[in-house]
Design a protein around this ligand. Structure first.
Ligand SMILES: [Zn+2]
Length: 275
């Protein structure tokens, strides 16, 4: 396992400015769950570091060549669109949807992986303002996502980061809109009738501390999702949504904050009524 490092955008961030670290399990998670937030922060001139634990080799196989390599390339494209300053791959193996890859990230000792994350961040030589991970159920239960939660928490302790945002989805809100890709990934099919609010996907509305309204960033979020074409091809359900339906499903991003009020709480929380 070896970490790799890319600089997707030629940004001119203040060299001493703190960074906001988004720690994700696989390529495409950054766009789906946090893409609008990243773009909004970048628009405000914040320095953004995106870390992927794996290259998502367990996703749909590439038509040609090696899936992990293709997905890294797709992530570079998405990161560029989102305004990411630093992109890091920790080099762990994708564990698969049910953790079937025994050498995968989900099965690695938490302390060692937290140290690998901390070591990867150290050369940035800038303070970390906040760390974004996943809720303790990995949003929909993927073992690599649950491991991101654990490893992120341990790394935050190690690096003395007191502000953590756990990305999640609002399952009660999503109950009322068209399907979200996380529902398909986590449940297969959307439960009929009033089932979604009682599933294990995400969190209930009341548990969510921070809802970032990202409708202004939706076009770029959609493009960043589309950059992951090996996993989200043009005929994927998400791209069949019209503009209004896409805005309803992907126009908000949800977090559980632990620690003091931080940078994500300064973003747009306006929750406008949908058109
Ligand atoms: Zn994932």
């Amino acid at each position: 396992m070896s970490a790799s490092h890319f600089k997707p955008t030629a940004t001119e961030s203040d060299p001493n400015a703190p960074t906001v670290v988004f720690f994700h399990a696989h390529p495409d998670d950054e766009a789906i769950f946090t893409g609008g937030t990243i773009r909004q922060l970048a628009n405000l001139g914040r320095h953004i570091t995106l870390v992927c634990a794996t290259s998502g080799e367990g996703g749909r196989p590439a038509a040609e060549g090696e899936t992990g390599h293709l997905r890294q390339t797709e992530t570079k494209k998405a990161a560029e669109l989102l305004g990411v300053d630093e992109l890091l791959f920790l080099g762990y193996e994708d564990s698969g949807l049910v953790g079937e890859v025994e050498t995968g990230f989900a099965h690695k000792p938490v302390d060692g992986a937290a140290k690998a994350l901390a070591d990867a961040l150290e050369p940035l030589e800038r303070p970390i303002e906040a760390l974004v991970t996943y809720d303790s159920d990995g949003i929909y239960g993927h073992p690599d996502h649950v491991q991101v939660h654990r490893v992120g928490k341990a790394a935050a302790e190690h690096l003395a980061i007191d502000c953590i945002y756990e990305a999640t989805v609002d399952r009660e809100y999503l109950h009322f809109v068209e399907t979200h890709v996380v529902v398909e990934a986590g449940l297969g099919e959307r439960p009929e009738n009033y089932g979604l609010a009682s599933t294990h996907i995400g969190r209930s509305t009341l548990e969510i501390s921070t809802t970032v309204e990202v409708s202004a960033e939706l076009d770029v979020k959609r493009s960043a999702m589309a950059a992951h074409a090996s996993q989200l091809p043009a005929d994927a359900s998400v791209f069949q949504l019209d503009r209004k339906a896409f805005a309803a499903v992907y126009g908000q991003e949800w977090y559980l904050r632990s620690g003091p009020v931080g940078v994500l709480d300064t973003l747009d929380q306006s929750r406008p009524n949908l058109p």
